[in-house]
Design a protein around this ligand. Structure first.
Ligand code: ATP
Length: 268
């Protein structure tokens, strides 16, 4: 088995345009990463490194992973990601080796973006009862972050739903210099997210973004809106009579039924 395949580096296909809402947040990412990379010579001449480390934080399912991928896409950088819990193997040395492997692969495939999802589980604030293997893992992370050469073209991004549960030393390492909050979408942003997802579906003519906005589904995350569109398509396909001369369409009723279904699933 080829070790470098473990983290499957690739240039992601997600673009900033695939992400509904989050205008200010996309702008800040461009400012903090894309632009400095573009002008990296100037930054370096001035003695600044580029794209130190970006931490995205906020409630689940609102586009943190998509944003990290869009950054890589925008720069045409390789993207390597790992979820914190994937490295939770309380076997001596195994997780640390994997972590070193990740950084090694990122350097080999540079320019690249390393993305840590569920970062709080990889770098939790350490307490007296923190198991030794976890402590070792955080220390390995710190030394890998410190060891990244400023000019090595490896950008580190991380996402967490629990900013206040992150290890202090990791936050103070100087590696993460840009913190961007990714909040739950406003009603207006929900409509923009819906627009992104419905564009890919054979929607009925009256399934407009205005109509969706009028439902005022204030509690849905971006991931929920994606799930609603997917479920609505499932319902449309279920009801579709393949022998008929009508074409397959996703109706308002399909979407409303999908919302109901999601709500009842969430209550379970
Ligand atoms: P987690 O904290 O659970 O990792 P996340 O914030 O990283 O969540 P993503 O993985 O980026 O969220 O989003 C999950 C899915 O939800 C996406 O693949 C996409 O289909 C949909 N989604 C979330 N936010 C948006 C958005 N702003 N625009 C379009 N789709 C979105």
């Amino acid at each position: 088995e080829d070790d470098t395949d473990q983290f499957e580096p690739e240039i992601p296909s997600v673009t900033f345009d695939d992400i509904g809402g989050l205008r200010g947040e996309k702008q800040r990412l461009r400012e903090a990463v894309t632009k400095p990379v573009e002008y990296s010579d100037t930054f370096r001449q001035a003695g600044y490194s580029v794209g130190q480390g970006i931490l995205l934080h906020g409630p689940p399912g609102n586009g943190k992973t998509m944003l990290a991928k869009a950054v890589a896409n925008d720069l045409a950088y390789q993207f390597l990601s790992v979820k914190g819990p994937e490295l939770e193997q309380p076997l001596v040395g195994v997780s640390e080796d994997q972590l070193r492997e990740l950084f090694q692969t990122a350097r080999e495939h540079a320019p690249s973006v390393i993305f840590f999802d569920e970062f709080d589980s990889l770098a939790p604030s350490r307490k007296t009862d923190t198991p030794v293997w976890k402590d070792d893992l955080v220390n390995t992370l710190l030394s890998e972050l410190d060891g990244l050469e400023p000019l090595a073209d490896v950008i580190v991004m991380a996402a967490t739903n629990r900013l206040n549960e992150l290890d202090d030393a990791v936050l103070r390492s100087g590696r993460f210099d840009t913190f961007i909050e990714i909040p739950s979408p406003s009603l207006e942003e929900q409509v923009e997210i819906f627009a992104v997802h419905i564009a890919d579906l054979p929607a009925a003519e009256d399934v407009t973004t205005e109509w969706f906005g009028s439902l005022r589904l204030s509690d849905l995350s971006g991931a929920d809106i994606m799930a609603v569109c997917r479920k609505a398509l499932e319902f449309a396909v279920r009801d579709f009579d393949a022998g008929s001369t009508q074409r397959l369409v996703v109706t308002r009723a399909n979407i409303q039924a999908a919302v109901e279904r999601l709500r009842s699933e969430l209550q379970e």
